[in-house]
Design a protein around this ligand. Structure first.
Ligand SMILES: C[S@@+](CC[C@H](N)C(=O)[O-])C[C@H]1O[C@@H](n2cnc3c(N)ncnc32)[C@H](O)[C@@H]1O
Length: 398
């Protein structure tokens, strides 16, 4: 499948399930889902945790599932594959670096092997692990742009502690098209490779526009945190013809997709959702609040508490008076609440299956946008998704 075909097929499939991805699953409460979807939730009610982990993490459906449910997952599996960039991991000469970052840098370095560039400009370089490694490996200058001075200071201190013969320059900048033009970056970058290693949200768009407008030769970008978009998602001509109205909620779960979950992960997730969803039902039934509330982060320990204690903690955070503990305990013990929470949990799993397709929609749109601008663009799955699930590289050449 070429970029356009894959994009169009993903768009058409996602269009069918607009009701499912446009909002968080709890936004449906207390309404029913469409009948066919309620029937899928019924089916999942008797799946074991292991089967749910296979479904969520590996898009595998038990053989006893209905043909419709099988078709849903089979279509997702047909639409997902992109070319895989294989590489053999080799130990890097970097001290104090996490396994995830090491794996990512191995993949990036292998992808860059065949490219001829004079320097690297990293957008959102953070503490500069990428810059440090790539400058040493290729004996080239790396300019690491970031707006977070704290990260950049950590990177400088690291180089004082573990000195190296490298050309790594930290440049403090809030990257925007205006800033890049103002600082005259567009003209500086002859034979540069513009790199984004998990360039969040709009940063990826700024990277693409910079690549186009400057004299840079290559773009290599991995996106993440799609919900941080301030600039439009549907960029290419193909997308503009029939754009999907992607919501922040859709972008949010796309950025968390493709994680190969285990049975234990499912058990942990159930605990979290049980507590959060019951609280939501309680707030709605007591007319205290409707729709999903932003609860902030609760600790792992909070989710191990009896629900009544968790609920009172959250009620106080939300500015409500504490409720009677016995009343809360009764509420949580109700068969209807328990069944309802579980149905929403399962509906959420069915929704999560669409996350990777939304991510692909975004990345394919970016690739087609670069082609519209006259560049050659390709996408590859590079990192092992067990280690780094935001693993799609967009590579463009002038
Ligand atoms: C997900 S981190 C990736 C950091 C690094 N590339 C890595 O692989 O570890 C994204 C980085 O982009 C930076 N960033 C995001 N938006 C930015 C912007 N508009 N201007 C400058 N830096 C930005 C953040 O401060 C953060 O350091």
């Amino acid at each position: 499948m070429n970029l356009v075909q894959q994009f169009n097929q993903i768009r058409d499939f996602l269009n069918i399930y607009h009701f499912l991805w446009k909002n968080e699953i709890l936004n449906h409460y207390p309404n029913r889902f469409p009948d066919f979807f309620e029937a899928w939730v019924d089916e999942l009610m008797d799946f074991s945790d292991e089967e749910l982990a296979q479904l969520e993490g590996h898009y595998q459906v038990p053989t006893r599932a209905s043909d419709e449910l099988k078709k849903y997952y089979a279509t997702i599996c047909e639409l997902m594959p992109i070319p895989i960039f294989e590489f053999t991991p080799q130990k890097l000469q970097l001290v104090k670096i996490k396994e995830k970052k090491e794996h990512e840098l191995q993949g990036v370095a292998e992808l860059m092997k065949e490219l001829k560039f004079q320097r690297v400009i990293e957008f959102g370089g953070g503490v500069g692990h990428g810059g440090e490694f790539l400058s040493e490996k290729y004996s080239k200058e790396v300019i690491s742009l970031d707006h977070n001075e704290y990260f950049q200071d950590l990177g400088r201190k690291r180089l004082v502690k573990y000195p190296k013969e490298i050309q790594l320059i930290f440049e403090h900048m809030f990257i925007s098209p205006e800033q890049l033009r103002l600082k005259n970056w567009m003209n500086k970058d002859v034979e540069a490779l513009c790199l984004g290693l998990h360039a969040c949200g709009s940063l990826s768009n700024h990277l693409m526009d910079f690549f186009h407008e400057s004299k840079a030769s290559y773009l290599l970008n991995f996106g993440c945190c799609y919900e941080k978009y301030e600039t439009p998602v549907n960029l290419s001509q193909v997308a503009k013809k029939a754009p999907l109205p992607l919501t922040t909620e859709a972008l949010h779960f796309a950025a968390r997709s493709y994680v190969p979950l285990t049975q234990q992960d499912i058990i942990e997730r159930k605990k979290v959702k049980h507590h959060r969803y019951l609280l939501q039902f309680y707030l709605a039934q007591k007319n205290l609040a409707h729709g999903p509330q932003t609860l902030g982060s609760a600790s792992h320990e909070d989710y191990q508490l009896p629900w009544a204690d968790y609920a009172n903690k959250q009620l106080s955070k939300l500015g409500f008076e504490a409720a009677n503990r016995a009343e809360l305990t009764d509420f949580a013990a109700g068969v209807n609440q328990q069944k309802l929470y579980y149905r929403y949990f399962l509906a959420g799993l069915l929704r999560n299956a669409l996350g990777r397709l939304i991510e692909l929609y975004i990345v394919l749109d970016r690739a087609m946008y670069l082609e519209d601008l006259g560049h050659e663009a390709r996408i590859y799955e590079v990192f092992d998704r067990h280690i780094s699930p935001r693993n799609i590289a967009l590579l463009a050449v002038k």
